[in-house]
Design a protein around this ligand. Structure first.
Ligand SMILES: Cc1ncc(C[n+]2csc(CCOP(=O)(O)OP(=O)(O)O)c2C)c(N)n1
Ligand SMILES: [Mg+2]
Length: 368
């Protein structure tokens, strides 16, 4: 028997509609109503402005660690905008803009990042899962939810978002395989932001793209310019429509960039160059989209200023409310109290040291 070849597609579709100079491919321009375009811009701007304010709050010692999203606004908002409220969103930990779009309050984000578990609670009527810090673990939860949708014969879909680093986890591969076999209505949105903390994507995989992993599991996949909200929107629209119609899962790779640190505990200048960051700054998803909206007359400078002012007020109101709410939440020292019937000596010592530290910082605050 001679050796033969099995022909497997080696082509992956890529999509870009609005390039980094704001130049539009008119043939591919989607027909999105003007109010939806402004809503997309608002979601992206809110994501960016909230991020900037959270970073300031963290540097002022008013919240704990958080994971910024700047640079990834188009990838998040373009994808999530296609879901309806009965669909499910299953995030990792860097999807704040998408979570807010889906109805999570800014206050809850502030409260969570101040160390209070109350901030992680999802309101009853919101079909979002809580954020997932163990990398990639949520992808399986999404497939389980999708399987339930199929079992119940409803046409709701599930969108899960994860990073490039998550594609190296077994969970990602099990999830894609299961979703392919059982044709669950799940849209896998990979935010390839080029870095998994300090590991660049080329050290994460020998594959040319992340989306080609879909081929192995028999799923459709598409790589989009993740800083082009129109391209992300179109890819998500096709994937959501397919899943809703019973056509099964899709993998979307959004090529984007994490513009700032991994978390506020990280210093990215130790592992990546200013030139790289500068190159990506020129591809800013918000500037590009604004240029497009201004050029087609959907947006004016005045309208943009008004939108920004309104967003800043919304953020300030949320900070005031969250800070007021936190005065009546549990004392952080409670975290020591519920693990053991009899607290071990080492924990007692830590509790004592923590109490002393709290007293000190309260005294400092009292003295202005
Ligand atoms: C299972 C697991 N391993 C390691 C970590 C530590 N960790 C937190 S975030 C991260 C990198 C994630 O990279 P990526 O999936 O690309 O998401 P990004 O942070 O870029 O949004 C790692 C290794 C973790 N949280 N969970
Ligand atoms: Mg990443």
């Amino acid at each position: 028997m001679p050796r033969k070849n099995i022909n497997i597609s080696d082509k992956i579709e890529t999509l870009s509609i609005l390039d980094e100079h704001g130049k539009l491919d008119e043939d591919l321009e989607p027909d999105i109503p003007e109010d939806e375009l402004i809503k997309l811009l608002r979601g992206m701007l809110l994501g960016r402005k909230f991020d900037e304010r959270m970073l300031n709050l963290q540097r002022q010692g008013r919240i704990g660690t958080f994971a910024p999203i700047s640079g990834q606004e188009a990838a998040q908002i373009g994808a999530i905008a296609l879901l309806r409220s009965s669909d499910w969103m299953v995030p990792a930990f860097r999807e704040t803009a998408a979570e807010i779009w889906r109805g999570r309050s800014l206050e809850s984000v502030i409260i969570y990042n101040s160390g209070y578990c109350e901030g992680a609670q999802i309101p009853e009527n919101l079909n979002n899962l809580p954020i997932s810090v163990p990398v990639g673990s949520q992808i399986l939860h999404a497939v389980g939810l999708g399987w339930a949708m199929k079992y119940r014969k409803v046409d709701d879909v599930v969108m899960t978002i994860f990073g490039d680093g998550a594609t190296s986890e077994g969970d990602f591969h099990e999830a894609l395989n299961f979703a392919g076999v059982f044709q669950t209505p799940v849209i896998f949105v990979c935010q390839n932001n080029q870095w998994a903390i300090s590991i660049p994507v080329h050290k994460q995989t020998r594959s040319k793209t992340l989306v080609q992993k879909a081929l192995a599991y028999g799923l459709p996949g598409i790589q989009v310019d993740g800083n082009d909200v129109l391209a992300v929107y179109v890819a998500a629209q096709e994937a959501v429509a397919r899943a809703r119609a019973g056509g099964g899962p899709t993998l979307i790779e959004c090529v984007t960039y994490r513009m700032t640190m991994h978390t506020t505990a990280d210093d990215p200048t130790r592992y990546r160059s200013d030139e790289e960051v500068e190159m990506w700054r020129k591809r800013d998803p918000i500037e590009r989209f604004q240029k497009y909206l201004l050029s087609r007359g959907t947006l004016s400078r005045d309208k943009l200023e008004g939108l920004e002012a309104e967003i800043l007020t919304q953020i300030q109101t949320a900070i005031d409310q969250a800070e007021a709410e936190m005065t009546s939440l549990g004392d952080p020292v409670d975290m020591f109290d519920h693990s053991y019937e009899q607290m071990p000596a080492y924990l007692m010592e830590q509790k004592k040291a923590f109490l002393a530290e709290l007293d000190e910082s309260r005294e400092e605050a009292d003295n202005g």
